[in-house]
Each structure stands twice: as structure tokens, then as C-alpha cells.
Unconditional design. Structure first.
Length: 163
């Protein structure tokens, strides 16, 4: 398969994922399915990777429970930082991990078998715009999610390495 054919098939797959019934379903089951596959594959594979997105494994502390929560998530690389888009598939509210990071900004990120400590902060408006455009360049579904979530501002969290 040529790169052009692969790119075309990836765009078709991404459009399918951005279809509202599929996104609704994914919002409810993807993190569970990805966590299962991640454990099964020894931390090497997630369903989300099939969409061509850069996936990291993040461990946060629950805002209410105080318990550790680990999940695979899209982490847009920017040098030694990662940007996380809190689109929640265009749902009514922000994802739980967003509130976890707001309450407890220290987190761990695992990527390619390496783990590091990071501090999360909410992106300023200029960064938010920059990272959201970056997200759309990876996956067209983010543009759709922004339309569906037009009743709220979709936050972006920036993870910076802990000194």
C-alpha cells in the first residue's frame, strides 16, 4: 500500500470515527477498551492508535476519590511537553481527567516504555488555539467535536516536565 493510499484510508477511518453515533459510543467505551488492550499488550497497543493519533498513558489522582487513575489518551507532542484536548468527543461536559488535573496537577506520563513526572496547567487562549489547530491536523474529528460542544469552551491542558 502506498503512503497516499494509506493516508486516504486513514482519512476515511477518521471520518467514520467522527460520526456522531460512533463518537457517542466511543466516549463511553473507548477508555475502557483501550485500558484493557494496553494491559493485554504489555503497554504497546491501544485502539485509539489505529486512528493515527499520538497516544500516551497518563496517571492522575482522582479529584474526588483521591485514587490513582491511569488511562491512554491523545497527547500531542510539543518538544518535551504534551497537550491534552478536553473535547470528550464533543459531549456536554469535560472529561474526568480534566477535573483530576485541575485538582491535582502532578501526573505521570508513560510513552514508548519511558515514564516521567509532569505538571499540568490549563493553556492560555493563544496556546489553546494553537494546540486545537494542531489536534485538528492529526484528527478531523476535533473540528466536529468543537461544533458539538459549542455550548462550552473546550479546554486544553499542557503537561510540562516536573523539574
Amino acid at each position: 500500500m502506498t503512503m497516499k493510499e494509506h493516508s486516504f484510508l486513514m482519512r476515511i477511518f477518521q471520518q467514520f470515527l467522527a460520526w456522531k453515533p460512533i463518537s457517542w459510543f466511543m466516549a463511553r467505551v473507548l477508555h475502557h477498551a483501550d485500558a484493557f488492550l494496553l494491559r493485554l499488550s504489555g503497554g504497546k497497543l491501544t485502539f485509539a492508535q489505529m486512528s493515527g493519533l499520538p497516544i500516551i498513558e497518563i496517571t492522575t489522582i482522582g479529584a474526588k476519590s483521591g485514587k490513582q487513575r491511569t488511562l491512554p489518551i491523545t497527547g500531542l507532542p510539543d518538544g518535551d511537553k504534551y497537550a491534552l484536548i478536553a473535547s470528550n468527543f464533543g459531549q456536554e461536559h469535560n472529561p474526568a481527567w480534566y477535573y483530576n488535573l485541575k485538582a491535582n496537577p502532578e501526573c505521570n506520563v508513560k510513552k514508548d516504555g519511558r515514564t516521567g513526572s509532569y505538571i499540568a496547567r490549563e493553556a492560555d487562549p493563544q496556546e489553546n488555539k494553537f494546540y486545537y489547530e494542531m489536534a485538528i491536523s492529526y484528527y478531523i474529528g476535533y473540528a466536529v467535536y468543537k461544533q458539538w460542544a459549542s455550548h462550552r469552551e473546550i479546554p486544553v491542558m499542557v503537561l510540562e516536565p516536573k523539574e
